[in-house]
Design a protein around this ligand. Structure first.
Ligand SMILES: [Ca+2]
Ligand SMILES: [Ca+2]
Length: 149
């Protein structure tokens, strides 16, 4: 099993994938991912090709981000999605049980906006991730009118 290591290390945000070489030895894979902190990294095979893809969210130092990286086997390719960047957590979940992993984002999308705390579900339509027409409000920061963001 390999290791993904992310966070704030010696003044720098990192996100590094280490390959398990066996015998308790790991080597850096050389894969390039944006460094981030205050977020999450979750593996899931959204396109059911047998290779785990990567969902990242957090802050890269100045910007909030949420990104999906498609596993091509020997490399990863960022999908051209426009997911809102958030501080908080994200996860793969097949909420509609259609065999395709969907995305749940929950966290703060704008620290200066009192309505910035969001929970959104994105449905996986084949290779397209489409935001559902509703948001789920959680926590104390929910405000009416938040729906549809
Ligand atoms: Ca995959
Ligand atoms: Ca699904």
């Amino acid at each position: 099993m390999d290791i993904l290591l992310a966070g704030f290390v010696q003044g720098t945000n990192i996100c590094r994938l280490y390959h398990n070489d066996g015998n308790f030895s790991f080597s850096e894979s050389g894969q390039s991912f944006p460094g981030f902190q205050s977020g999450s990294a979750t593996w899931g095979d959204y396109d059911n090709d047998g290779k785990l893809d990567l969902l990242l969210n957090g802050i890269d130092g100045t910007n909030y981000m949420s990104k999906v990286f498609h596993n091509l086997g020997n490399s990863f390719q960022e999908l051209p999605l426009s997911l809102p960047g958030i501080l908080g957590g994200s996860s793969w979940i097949d909420y509609d049980n259609d065999g395709r992993l969907d995305i749940l984002l929950r966290g703060d999308s704008d620290i200066y906006d009192p309505n910035g705390y969001i929970t959104r579900l994105y449905r996986n339509l084949e290779r397209l991730l489409r935001r559902l027409r509703y948001s789920i409000a959680i926590g104390n920061r929910y405000q009416p009118g938040h729906l549809g963001r």
